[in-house]
Design a protein around this ligand. Structure first.
Ligand code: ADQ
Length: 475
């Protein structure tokens, strides 16, 4: 059988391929695996079953043939520049993203964006249909591809289809704003198993199904009516909170070179007594502005002072062409400038702000260097940063301030939980974390760490896939 016609028993479908373009030492272009929880979580399945991954390669108007990397078949899906604008930047990130995150920014709805979303979803579904072996398992990921399950079922009724939504599923009253709400629900119901981060997201989805499709679920099982009066099928909705590759993070944290780097970071920052850290994609859902407001007021009030305390804010560039992303960047940079202007000293800034991304090892060194981790998202499906910080605190020191509006807050109950909209609460929680007694910090961190190391991303993918294998097909 030629490489092109080979079919796979396990197929992942996600917006992006888990690889980045690199230039090799010989000057030739090549691919490198991008670091990410999802790939590590799926690695065991990819390798034991014959695995393929379908996704966009990251550049527009380029046709790339399928290729193999790290024992995975990668199948690139092509996007034109116009499709990238309308399907990805438009419908996925300027309609669905704000709608699914509590309309923190107002979502925009445009018919041309929707048409591109349908067209691109159809392309992904076709690629999956052409790649999956007979009775294969196909796992579709995230809000960019919500129509793929039903489209794929039409093309390939023999395959088992799972879908996992990485971001929240909104309450019906918000979801109902979407002009194509019914089409999205029908798209998702094409899957045998629809996974969400939290039980709350699952409940929101089932309520939308009841309101718009008219079917009531029992124990998360939805009876999906058959077409033309044919026999219906069962689709199951359930929550599967995602996790991280705890072991590999703990190994990095135990590496003497990484520990040395962590000490060096503290020295470079002028050896503050308390080092606070924020790590986020530059996104308006992450609550970076709220965090800076609270931090700035604590400095104004004299509760925190330079050089005793310093905040490192790392914000990875994200979706930079979109209006609300330009706005949040400007707001954050103004706030950092103001705080430093008022409270910084020669050689000692109040806030160290970095707008770029770092290799994994350097991120772990930052986690190790930080006494207090600030995760203040206004809404977040899970938030892996909170779990990553915990996984690296091998000596059980450090304090995590965690927004109630993250999926992670459901599990990490021993964090200092906070409502980031309440600036007084936020300020008090930051002070609590700064002044926490070592014994209390250690008790909390031990319990958090147990949670994160027992429940890692491999467990997550195993739970999802074994539940998918056992979903009943018929009522
Ligand atoms: P994100 O919104 O991207 O993910 P998050 O869960 O925090 O948010 O994951 C971000 C990842 O990027 C983390 O692994 C973090 O270490 C890394 N990262 C962030 N800034 C970085 C930097 N400057 N340099 C290097 N790495 C950086 C979406 C949802 C989340 C959900 C995840 C997984 O929005 O709610 O938790 O998917 O399902």
């Amino acid at each position: 059988m030629t490489q092109r016609t080979k079919r796979f028993d396990f197929v992942v479908v996600a917006n992006r391929l888990p690889v980045d373009r690199v230039t090799g030492e010989d000057g030739k272009p090549g691919w490198k695996r991008s670091p990410g929880g999802l790939v590590s979580g799926l690695e065991p399945v990819m390798h034991t079953q014959d695995g393929a991954w379908i996704g966009w390669g990251g550049s527009t108007d380029e046709k790339i043939a399928p290729f193999d990397l790290d024992e995975m078949r990668l199948v690139p899906v092509e996007l034109s520049a116009a499709e990238f604008e309308q399907y990805y930047e438009g419908f996925a990130n300027a309609s669905l993203w704000p709608l699914y995150h509590d309309v923190i920014a107002p979502p925009e709805f445009h018919r041309a964006w929707w048409d591109a979303y349908v067209r691109v979803n159809q392309r992904f579904a076709k690629a999956a249909a052409a790649t999956a072996a007979d009775k294969a398992v196909v796992w579709v990921h995230d809000y960019q591809l919500q129509l793929v399950p039903a489209m794929l079922r039409d093309l390939r009724p023999d395959v088992k289809i799972g879908f996992f939504n990485h971001i929240p599923f909104p309450p019906y009253e918000i979801f109902a704003q979407l002009p194509w709400r019914r089409r999205i629900l029908e798209g998702l119901l094409g899957a045998d198993l629809i996974g969400f981060q939290r039980p709350y997201d699952t409940a929101n989805f089932l309520r939308a199904v009841r309101r718009k499709i008219g079917t009531t679920a029992r124990h998360g099982m939805v009876k999906v009516p058959g077409t033309d009066g044919g026999e219906g099928r069962i689709a199951k909705a359930q929550s599967f909170p995602i996790s991280i590759d705890s072991q590999s993070l703990a190994e990095l944290a135990a590496d003497p070179d990484v520990q040395r780097r962590a000490a060096e970071i503290r020295t470079e920052l002028g050896d503050p007594r308390v080092l606070m850290l924020g790590v986020d994609r530059m996104d308006y859902t992450k609550g970076i502005r709220h965090r800076l407001k609270a931090f700035g007021e604590l400095m104004d009030d004299g509760d925190l002072t330079v050089p005793d305390v310093t905040l490192v804010q790392i914000a990875t560039p994200s979706r930079e062409r979109l209006e609300y992303y330009k706005q949040i960047r400007t707001d954050v940079e103004l706030a950092v400038g103001r705080i430093n202007g008022e409270h910084g000293e020669l050689g000692a800034a109040a806030v160290h702000y970095m707008h770029h991304s770092y290799p994994r090892r350097e991120m772990v060194a930052f986690y190790l260097a930080a006494d207090v981790m600030l995760v203040t998202a206004l809404r977040d499906g899970m938030n892996l940063v909170a779990k990553e910080y915990v996984a690296t605190r091998l000596d059980n020191t450090g304090a995590l301030v965690l927004s109630e509006f993250t999926g992670a807050a459901d599990e990490l109950r021993q964090a200092i939980l906070v409502n980031p909209h309440d600036i007084i609460d936020l300020k008090q929680s930051i002070l609590r974390a700064v002044n926490i007694e070592p014994r209390e910090a250690s008790r909390r961190m031990r319990s958090l760490r147990r949670r994160v190391s027992e429940d890692d991303v491999k467990h997550w993918s195993h739970r999802f896939l074994s539940t998918l294998a056992h979903v009943r097909e018929h009522p």
